[in-house]
Design a protein around this ligand. Structure first.
Ligand code: FES
Length: 111
């Protein structure tokens, strides 16, 4: 799958569909990374979150993930402890899938 990245500025993120997968593409300092685009907690779309350095923060309850590795950084940080404990039955804390990217000019190839 090829994506035109000319409009994705540093510090920005976009979401694309790759087959059935929702993928988040992030531009961090001019380098592009691709990880799963849906939070494993309650399926909020990470494109609506904030990108701080290499970390994307989920807009719904604050879980955060490293966009360079897909690793979870923190889990439901903006929920009370009781609600967070309950919410593990909705979605388990886990890392996100990563995708290989290859950039050529204004084109990014996702695999
Ligand atoms: S849906 Fe992302 S932290 Fe709850």
């Amino acid at each position: 799958m090829k994506i035109n990245i000319s409009g994705i500025k540093e510090g920005q993120m976009v979401e694309v569909l790759n087959g059935k997968d929702t993928v988040l593409i992030a531009n961090v300092g001019g380098s592009f990374y691709a990880i799963g685009g849906v939070c494993p907690h309650m399926r909020c779309h990470l494109k609506n979150g904030a990108l701080k350095g290499i970390t994307v923060i989920c807009p719904c309850h604050g879980s955060s993930f490293d966009v360079t590795t897909g690793k979870m950084v923190s889990w439901v940080s903006s929920m009370s402890k009781d609600l967070a404990r309950f919410s593990r039955y909705i979605g388990w804390a886990r890392d996100l899938k990563t995708y290989r990217v290859r950039v050529e000019g204004d084109s990014l190839e996702l695999s």
